[in-house]
Design a protein around this ligand. Sequence first.
Ligand code: ARG
Length: 473
Amino acid sequence: MTQQQDGSASGGSSKLWGGRFSGETNELVERFNASIDFDRRLYREDIAGSIAHAHMLAAQGIISAEDSAAIERGLLAIRDDIDAGTFEFRLDREDIHLNIEAALTERIGDPGRRLHTARSRNDQVATDVRLFTRAACDETIDALQALRGVLIDVADAQPSTVIPGYTHLQRAQPILLAHHLLAYEAMFARDTERFVQARARANVLPLGSGALAGVTYPIDRAAVAQELGFAAISENSLDAVSDRDFVVDYHSATALTMVHISRMAEEIILWSTAEFGFARLADAFSTGSSIMPQKKNPDVAELGRGKSARAIGNLVQALTLLKGQPLAYNKDNQEDKESLFDSVDTVLVTLRVFAAMLPTITFDGPRGAEAAVANFALATDLADYLAKKGVPFRDAHEAVGALVARCEREGRTFSELTLEEFRAAHPAFDEDAMRIDLVASLAARDIPGGTAPRAVAQARAAARARLAAERGW
Ligand code: ARG
C-alpha cells in the first residue's frame, strides 16, 4: 500500500488511521464520529502542543532539526490560515488533530508524517483540553475580579444607602446596601479561589503518556511541560489520557459562580419591581414588551438567573460522562468539549454583562430607608436594649413580641408609642429606648462582618485591598 500526500493509505480507508481498514467508514458513522465541527476551537492549543512536541523530538534526536523546523513553519502557516478563516476543515478528517496533521503533511510532506512519533491522539487531546481549560480559568478569574471591582465601586458610591435586610424574604433588620453588595463580592472572591485551584489542577502535562501506557522513545517530558508553561508532568499515563476531572473542576466552579450570579440576579429582579421599588434599571440594560407599552423588563438579570441552569447542566453532563468509564481513554471523552465551551462562554459573557450593568442601576435611597424600618424591623434592637439592661434575652424577646402584637392590633408603629406604653410591655424601658432609630440600629452592629457604617467602610477597604493583592499575583 502506498502512502498519499494527505497521509491516507491508497486502496483501503482514506483515514489517517486507515492502514488496517479495507473499507470506507459508513457515512452516518463519519458524521457521528467527527468532532471537527466543535473541536476546531482547540486549534491554537493543538498547534502549540505539536510545536513543543516537535521541538522536543528534535532536541532528543528522535527527528532531525530540519524536520522540526519544517513542522513548526508548516503549523504556524496553518494557524495563520485558520485565524484568517481560509483553512478548509474536513469532516472526513474527523477532528482537529487529524485535520491539522493531514493539512501539514499536504503542505510539507514527509516531516509532517513524523510529527506523530511518540504521541497518540489520546495524550494530544488531553493536552489540548488542559491548555484550553487553563486559559479559560485565567479569563474567568479576570472576569470575576472585574465584577468584584465593580461591586466594591458601587458599594463605595452608596456608603449610606439603606435597605431592609431579609430572612425568609420577610423584612428582618435594616442593613446598608453596601453591606449587601459586599456579600456578593465575598461569594465571588471564593469563586475566584476555586478557579485558581481549578487552574492549578489543569496545569499538568499529559503529553508523553502515549495512547495509554507511555511511549518507547527517549522523550523529555519536562522540556515539553516547560515550553507549554505546565507546572508539572502527569504521574500516571493511564490517568493522564483518560481523566477529565480538571474539566469537572472548571464546571463545578462555574456552576457555583452562576448560582451566585442567579441569586444576585433574583434580587435585582425583585428590587426593580413596583412592590420593592429599591432599584431602577437603566434603559440600556432592560427591554420593553411588544404588547404592554409601559413595561421595562429586567431581561439581563433574568438571563443571568436562567443561564445558571446551563452551567449546572454542564457540570452534571461532565460528571455523568466520566462515571463508569474503564481505564484508559474512551471515545466518550470526545463529549467533554461542547459543554466545556458552553460553560466558558456562558460564565464569561454573564460576568461581563453584570459588571457592565451594576453601575447603571439607580437606587432609591428614601424608599429603601422607609422600608428598612417598616414592619417593626427595629424589634431586635428593642429586645437588645432590654437585654443590655439585664433582662434575660428570652424575656426581652417576649416583651417586645407583645409590643409588636399590640401595635399590629392598634395599627400603630413603635415610634407612636408613649413611654408608659413601652413600660407596660416591660418596666425596664426608659426614655432612651424611644431614641432607637434606623441610624442607631445600623451603628450598633459595629463588629467585624456587621452592617454598621464603620464596619462596612472597613470591609470595603479590605475587599479592595484583597482584590488589589490578587491582581498583583
Ligand atoms: N477527537 C477525540 C477526542 O476528542 C480525539 C482523541 C481520539 N482518540 C482516539 N483514540 N480515537 O477525544
